[in-house]
Design a protein around this ligand. Structure first.
Ligand code: ADP
Length: 169
């Protein structure tokens, strides 16, 4: 869909890896914003070397939260989850890179923060599944779906980071 057709700016020697470039939707949930963890969380993805292509602070309407989490509709915690996600502003991010979907999930850690490894965002910064501070898409397909859901045309930006030749040989 939209993500695949946007022109990508790349250094010539990186064209070979073009096919593997993925995008993922990462969101700092309302607890992460309220607890002042925005900079800390963005930094982890930034320092890793992924490319930020979308970023905004946003008050999520109920319908959007329900659409985003529609696969969990039948779960007993679904109403609580929607209340949580809409309880305050979230930070919406689109990140792009080779292997970014799985890698972002690793940086984020297990759904239950008590089981998340130290060094991961949830492992370091959270204690409860219902307050696990951050979301990351679970597949490249969902990455595209969620970015299209949370961002409007014109809110995403393609650019070549100055550090590109220092990240990839
Ligand atoms: P993840 O966010 O790690 O991909 P899931 O897709 O299973 O995890 O669940 C989505 C979100 O729903 C979780 O991040 C968490 O905020 C919430 N959630 C999942 N399971 C529970 C639960 N048992 N109780 C409360 N909230 C839950």
């Amino acid at each position: 869909s939209r993500g695949r057709t946007r022109p990508r700016i790349f250094l010539p020697h990186l064209v070979a890896s073009l096919e593997q470039v993925e995008e993922t939707y990462v969101m700092i949930k309302p607890d992460g914003v309220q607890r002042g963890l925005v900079g800390e969380i963005i930094s982890r993805f930034e320092r890793k070397g992924f490319r930020l292509t979308g970023l905004k602070l946003f008050q999520c309407p109920t319908e959007l939260a329900e659409e985003h989490y529609k696969d969990l509709q039948s779960k007993p915690f679904f109403p609580k989850l929607i209340k949580y996600i809409t309880s305050g502003p979230v930070v919406c991010m689109a990140w792009e890179g080779v292997g970014v979907v799985a890698s972002a999930r690793k940086l984020i850690g297990s759904t239950n923060p008590l089981q998340a490894e130290p060094g991961t965002i949830r492992g370091d910064l959270a204690v409860q599944t219902g307050r696990n501070v951050v979301h990351g898409s679970d597949s490249p397909e969902n990455g595209q779906r969620e970015i299209a859901l949370w961002f409007k045309e014109g809110e995403l930006c393609q650019w070549t980071p100055a550090q590109a030749p220092w990240l990839w040989e």
